[in-house]
Design a protein around this ligand. Structure first.
Ligand SMILES: [Zn+2]
Length: 190
């Protein structure tokens, strides 16, 4: 272990087992048995205390013959890489693929293994909107396509894009489009 290390071993060990993102950039840890090194926040399985190595920076880890973890990408500059963006991308993909189902915050959160509270906060911090409002946007955008191109009734459309009842569909549609689904359909059909 390097004497230049700004933190105690005990402190770093605690950061690693709790995947604490506050320590990202302050040190890196490697695992002797796998030959991989990670950021403290990496969600990969915590190593055994006997196999862990600590590094003050990436160069030291690479010099020691370790490879960067594909999951937390310690080799990318800290400022450029934001692990939350990856989570947000996953959540967006998930919403785009399952918007027609009954999606709750809990369901979305469980897919990316975070608490609903954390999901909401993280998503909002990164995108400026809540997962719920993003889901609504995706549903309305698909509803518009359906209203234009299919012979579904408005009620069928609402159901197909995941709204549980017509009134919430009308409310959301009006909020995003400033008009009713019926008027939208008429205008589009000319
Ligand atoms: Zn990692």
């Amino acid at each position: 272990m390097d004497e230049k290390m700004p933190l105690t071993k005990d402190c770093m060990w605690k950061a690693v087992i709790s995947c604490n993102p506050l320590y990202d950039g302050l040190f890196f840890y490697g695992v002797k048995t796998t030959g991989i090194f990670c950021r403290p926040s990496c969600k990969s399985k915590s190593p055994s205390i006997n196999n862990i190595l600590y590094f003050a920076n990436i160069d030291e880890a690479i010099k020691a013959g370790l490879r960067p973890c594909k999951r937390c990408r310690p080799d990318l500059a800290i400022k450029r890489y934001n692990p939350y963006l990856e989570n947000v991308r996953q959540i967006k993909d998930m919403i785009q693929n399952h918007y027609d189902q009954h999606l709750t915050l809990e369901k979305i959160a469980s897919k990316v293994n975070v608490s609903p509270y954390h999901l909401n906060r993280m998503f909002k911090n990164e995108t400026g909107e809540t997962p719920r409002s993003y889901l609504e946007k995706v549903r309305i955008s698909n509803a518009k396509k359906m209203l234009i191109s299919s012979s579904h009734t408005i009620a069928e459309t609402a159901h197909q894009v995941g709204f549980l009842n017509l009134s919430s569909f009308y409310k959301a549609f009006k909020k995003h489009e400033g008009t009713t689904p019926g008027n939208f359909k008429i205008k589009q059909k000319g």
